[in-house]
Design a protein around this ligand. Sequence first.
Ligand code: PLP
Length: 439
Amino acid sequence: YAPLAEIDPEVKNIIDKETWRQFTGLELIASENLTSKAAMEANGSILTNKYSEGLPNARYYGGNEYIDELEVLCRKRALEAFHLDASQWGVNVQPYSGSTANFAALTALIQPQDRLMGLGLPDGGHLTHGYYTAKKKMTASSIYFQSLPYSIIPDSGLIDYEKLAAQAKIYKPKLIICGASAYPRDWDYARLKEIASKEGAWLMADIAHTSGLIAAQELNSPFEYCDVVTTTTHKTLRGPRAGLIFFRKDLEHAKDLEKRVNDAVFPACQGGPHNNTIAAIATSLKQVAQPEWKAYAKQVIANARALSETLVGHGYKLQTGGTDNHLVLWDLRPIGVTGSKVEKVCDLMGITINKNAVSGDASAQVPGGIRLGTSALTSRDMREDDIRQVGEFLHRAVQISLVLQKEAGSKLLKDFVRVATTAEEGKVGHQQVRDLRTE
Ligand code: PLP
C-alpha cells in the first residue's frame, strides 16, 4: 500500500515530467484531450483486479455482481449521451481501444476476404478502415478483408461522394466505413446511406474523432443512417483510452446484430473486459450528459474556427479552407516547408502538433501538412482570444522553420535548440518557454 513515489520513484519521476510537459506545453494533437480527474480516479481503481469475461449476468467467473451493475450503468449512459432509444440501439462498452472496436465491428458485419471501402489514409481515413500500400497489407483490416479506398476531391478537400458511388457500383463492397482521423468537415450520412443501400452494403461510422461533438448535437448524427457506429472514448469525448460499438437492434434483416457484435468483441477479438476503464467511461459519459458539455463542444468548434481564421489571415492554405469540427488541416506545401520540420520546431517550443498528409502528398513518410486540434486546450478553458495567440505562435514556428531550413548548422539554430532543450529539461520555467514562443 506504499505510494508510487516510494515503491517506484523512477516511474513516478517519468509521470511527473510528463505532467509538466502536458501542463506547461500547448497540446494541439487533434486525437488527444485531458481526461477529468474523476474519470482517472475510476480508471486507477481496484476494478482493475477483476476478471469478468462475458456479459452482465452471463460471466465465466464468479464475483461479478458489482461489475455487472457497472457495465449495465455504462451502457445506459452511453445510449443517453448519444440520445439513443434503447429499443433501437444497443452498445458494447468492452473494446480496449478504437482499433479493436473497429476490428470487432468488421468481424461482426462481414466475412474474411469480403470487400469493404473506407476513406483512404492519405485523404484522412484511419489505418483500421482497410489501409494498405502498394508494398504491404499492414493492417488487420486489409490483411483479413479486401478493401478499396475512396477519396477526397483534390481541389476542395471534400469527400468525393460521386466517385464513391461510382466505385461502389463496380466494387460491390459488403461494407462502407465513414469517419476519419483527419477530415475537418462534417459528413453527409444520408448520401452515404443512399450509396450503401444501393449496393446492399452495411454502413458503419467511426466517429472516434468527433463523438464528443456529435453527443453535444453540434455535428450531424450518424445514428439515423448507420447500422453500426464505433468510437474511441478519449478524443473529443474526453474519457479514458477505450472504444465503444453501437449497433442497431431493430433491423428486420439482421435481428442477430446484437449477438454478432457482442460475440465479435468477446471471444473473437478480446478476453476479459478492463473494468477500471469501463468505470472511467461511465464517469466520462455522465459528464458528457451534463448541460456544460454542450458549451464545451461549442467552444471546441469556435476555437478551431478562430485558429483557422488566424492562419488564413497570415495567408496560409488550409485543406477545405476551414473547419466544421475540432480539427484544422494545414497545408504547408505552398510555403516550402515539411510538416515534420514544423513538428520538430514546435516540439522545441513546447507546442505539440503532428505532421499529417494533405491531399496529393507524394509520400506519407514526409507529409506536407500539419493536423491541429482544439479539444485539449478547450478543456484548459481557452477561448477564441487565447487560441488566436496560439495561432500566432504557430505562425512564428513556421517562420523559424523556414529560417532554420535555410541556415542549417547556423548559430541561430544552435541557440534555439539550446534554449528549447534547457526548457524541456525543466531547468527554466514556464514563462521562459512562453518567451521563446514570442521572441
Ligand atoms: N478510428 C479513428 C478514426 C481514429 O482516429 C483512431 C485513432 O486515432 C482510431 C480509430 C484508433 O483508436 P485507438 O488508438 O484507440 O486504437
